[in-house]
Design a protein around this ligand. Structure first.
Ligand SMILES: NC(=O)c1ccc[n+]([C@@H]2O[C@H](COP(=O)([O-])OP(=O)(O)OC[C@H]3O[C@@H](n4cnc5c(N)ncnc54)[C@H](O)[C@@H]3O)[C@@H](O)[C@H]2O)c1
Length: 242
């Protein structure tokens, strides 16, 4: 599927690009000159090793793996990545590719927001939740022992690229949990989306029919994009000097 949804944020606007070929799209974005750090998790890398190995062989690409779960969204993980990039002479022209669910996206986005006072990053969401919610809007953050997402910044990605083939290996429990978010969008913003999910529920849960999932993801991205654009425009209006 080739489709684009625009996130309208003035000078920080970007596209959510639907692209079935993760490797080709990444190669186009990597370019030839600047250094690129792919931040992901070993489970995701192993599930798509044939694809990732093509990217790993590129001279300006490095991989960093973070562990599983909320505890990885920590200041220690952030410092480890920043130290690694400094040691490898990453600079302001370097780009981070966040390939994963919300844990990877929030952590990698936060690193991008602070490294050298902010560098470019691109979101490659691999969970349903990340595709319809966490990769869009520029909210980045990490946890403290005292609570979730207590340190964070708003740092918009340069693009969000969605390849729905990542969903094939996603554990069932993750699909079910993320579907709740799509149902919420439908309930609050779009009756047709809500009815569509309800009508296709058993098909989604048992078959993960790509056409049905794509339709839900595209509509959810449009809704999230509208909400995010309104949010930031309100901030711009009430606070012209940032
Ligand atoms: N920034 C935001 O606006 C925002 C919004 C909502 C949630 N969040 C954050 O998102 C996080 C939750 O994200 P999540 O639900 O994506 O969970 P997650 O990132 O922990 O991913 C869930 C599990 O699925 C695995 N996984 C990811 N992609 C896979 C794939 N394609 N195949 C197989 N396994 C895969 C991961 O390794 C992990 O074990 C929370 O930390 C939450 O705070 C952020």
């Amino acid at each position: 599927m080739n489709k684009t949804v625009k996130v309208e944020l003035g000078k920080d606007s970007y596209d959510i690009i639907f692209d079935d070929n993760f490797v080709e799209s990444a190669i186009a974005l990597i370019g030839v000159s600047s250094k690129c750090m792919f931040i992901t998790q070993e489970t995701i890398y192993r599930a798509f090793e044939d694809k990732f190995s093509v990217l790993k062989s590129l001279p300006n690409v490095e991989f960093h793996f973070i562990g599983q779960g909320e505890e990885e969204k920590s200041i220690e993980t952030v410092i480890e990545i920043c130290d690694k990039m400094t040691g490898m002479h990453y600079d302001r022209s370097s780009t981070i590719f966040a390939v994963g669910g919300g844990v990877v996206g929030d952590t990698a986005g936060f690193v991008a927001s602070i490294f050298m006072r902010g560098i470019n990053y691109i979101q490659y969401p691999t969970t349903l939740l990340a595709m319809i919610d966490s990769s869009i809007g520029g909210k980045t953050g990490i946890n403290l022992k005292s609570g979730k997402n207590l340190i964070g910044r708003i740092h918009q990605p340069k693009a969000v690229v969605i390849d729905t083939s990542f969903l094939a290996t996603l554990p069932k429990r993750e699909v079910n949990a993320s579907l709740a978010e799509a149902i919420k969008y439908g309930f609050i913003y779009d009756r047709d989306l809500f009815d569509y999910i309800v009508k296709n529920m058993s098909n989604i849960l048992s078959n993960r029919t790509p056409e049905i999932l794509e339709k839900i993801i595209v509509r959810s991205c449009e809704i999230k994009s509208e909400v995010v654009s309104q949010d930031v425009n309100v901030i711009y209006m009430i606070s012209p000097v940032r």
